[in-house]
Design a protein around this ligand. Structure first.
Ligand SMILES: [Zn+2]
Ligand SMILES: [Zn+2]
Length: 159
């Protein structure tokens, strides 16, 4: 079988558009599409962009920024909003919050948002909401930012 005869997009749909690319060994297939895309597959520009380039870009962004839908809102409510923005440490969105925040399981949220979510009635009143399981009663009064731990009182951050 000659390759030149099979140069149609593997998704062969009416969305197909543009040049046909072969998915080479050096292409990094996004982990979320690993079951869909395989090496040696032919993809049109549309599907190559959709399943590889755009998806990789989306995953990269997920790893670098807080994906919480209210991140900006929470940040602006923060007492420190006029100062230089603090770097909040990102962590994988807790499993119990994935569905209420409608996030991807690979998404990351910052410590500020994680904390705020548990005191935001928009979320805590949802049927799907589960209260956090805390190992230690004092956990609720502690905010961890990077390697530092700040005690909290009435939601005011003392530095
Ligand atoms: Zn296509
Ligand atoms: Zn955030």
């Amino acid at each position: 079988m000659s390759n030149s005869d099979t140069r149609t997009c593997a998704f062969d749909s009416n969305e197909c558009n543009g040049k046909i690319y072969k998915v080479g060994d050096k292409v990094s297939i996004p982990e979320t599409n690993i079951e869909l895309i395989s090496y040696g597959m032919f993809l049109c520009t549309f599907h190559y962009n959709k399943f590889i380039l755009n998806e990789n870009h989306r995953l990269d962004k997920l790893l670098q920024v807080c994906s919480h839908p209210k991140h900006e809102e929470y940040k602006s409510q923060s007492k420190n909003s006029n100062k230089k923005p603090k770097k909040f440490s990102l962590e994988k969105v807790p499993k119990r919050l994935i569905s209420i925040l409608q996030l991807d399981e690979n998404a990351k949220i910052c410590s500020l948002c994680r904390k705020k979510t548990d005191s935001d009635p928009d979320y805590t009143t949802l049927e799907k909401y589960n209260i956090p399981v805390s190992k230690n009663k004092n956990d609720n009064n502690i905010l961890k930012i990077g390697n530092h731990t700040y005690p909290l009182r009435n939601n005011i951050l003392y530095n």
